[in-house]
Design a protein around this ligand. Structure first.
Ligand code: COA
Length: 260
């Protein structure tokens, strides 16, 4: 069954989703794409989950791309359908109403970089390598690579990575703005879980508001984005967490948020 390609475990309010095909460097075949889509829908619906960490099994790869063996035999209409299914899963991740952190533990190539880019934050091991090597296969990125890299790192970096197909190391990815943080490989999990824990203790409705505003703003003119932000800002005043957060500040104590 498709679940076999994923491992899902909860650490308090942090759900860790691990793509688990280490013998294929966690390449995304159809079953894995479907399992990821379902896992993220479940994470969205589960009130006990406040943050999701996404990673790949084994010491070598986050995800080494879409499954080349599966793609090799596809015809044009099937290729398009494969892209649409991958894109739908990644859109589900991007629009999740709670933060998703990509813990990039190794190769993030092709669909792997695309998967990392639809997450809200990316922490990479120093040993990670990231790229869009599809042109080397006579292909182009199909899970949003040309679009999300463009928005994340701009035209120059997008054209360099997608035209040359050459991967960059974690340090260059940081300089280009593709990842948020680079850490020693042996500290990756601890540092990622520390960040996840911090977000898990924050006010969930406020985090959701930020995610919504950034998603809407990334796809609209500034006037529309500002209007949306003002509306969301106003909605926060109807939450108990806003009352608690402001009261706790004034009373010089840590806030206790209730997700209401
Ligand atoms: N799809 C399917 N299988 C993949 C894969 C992918 N994207 N990436 C790696 N694998 C498989 C290999 O075929 C190999 O399987 P096998 O042992 O059954 O032959 C296994 O994973 C290990 O990969 P291997 O190539 O032997 O490891 P390596 O250390 O020599 O090289 C990479 C690592 C990442 C440089 C290399 O695997 C690679 O270039 N992968 C493809 C990257 C890519 O083009 N991604 C975009 C796809 S659109």
């Amino acid at each position: 069954m498709s679940e076999a390609t994923l491992r899902v475990e909860d650490h308090d309010a942090v759900r860790v989703v691990t793509v688990h095909r280490p013998d294929k460097l966690n390449a995304l075949n159809s079953a894995t794409i479907e399992a990821l889509h379902r896992a993220f829908e479940q994470a969205a619906a589960d009130e006990t989950v406040r943050v999701v960490v996404l990673t790949g099994a084994g010491p070598k790869a986050f995800v080494a791309g879409a499954d080349i063996a599966e793609m090799a035999g596809l015809r044009a209409a099937e290729g398009r359908d494969f892209a649409l299914r991958g894109q739908a899963m990644m859109r589900c991740v991007e629009t999740l109403p709670k933060p998703v952190i990509a813990m990039v533990n190794g190769f993030a190539l092709g669909g792997g970089l695309e998967l990392a880019m639809c997450c809200h934050l990316r922490i990479a091991a120093e040993t990670a390598r990231l790229g869009q090597p599809e042109v080397n296969l006579g292909l182009i990125p199909g899970f949003g690579g040309t679009q999300r890299l463009l928005r994340l790192a701009g035209r120059a970096a997008t054209l360099e990575l997608c035209l040359t197909g050459a991967p960059v190391d974690a340090g260059r990815a940081l300089a280009l703005g593709i990842v948020n943080r680079v850490v020693p490989a042996d500290e990756l999990r601890a540092q990622t879980m520390a960040l996840a824990g911090q977000l898990a203790n924050a006010a969930p409705l406020a985090l959701r508001g930020v995610l919504d505003c950034v998603n809407v703003g990334g796809e609209s003119a500034i006037g529309e984005g500002l209007a949306y932000e003002a509306a969301q800002f106003g909605l926060m005043f109807a939450t108990e967490d806003m009352r608690e957060g402001t009261r706790a500040f004034l009373e010089r104590r840590p806030p206790v948020f209730s997700n209401r």
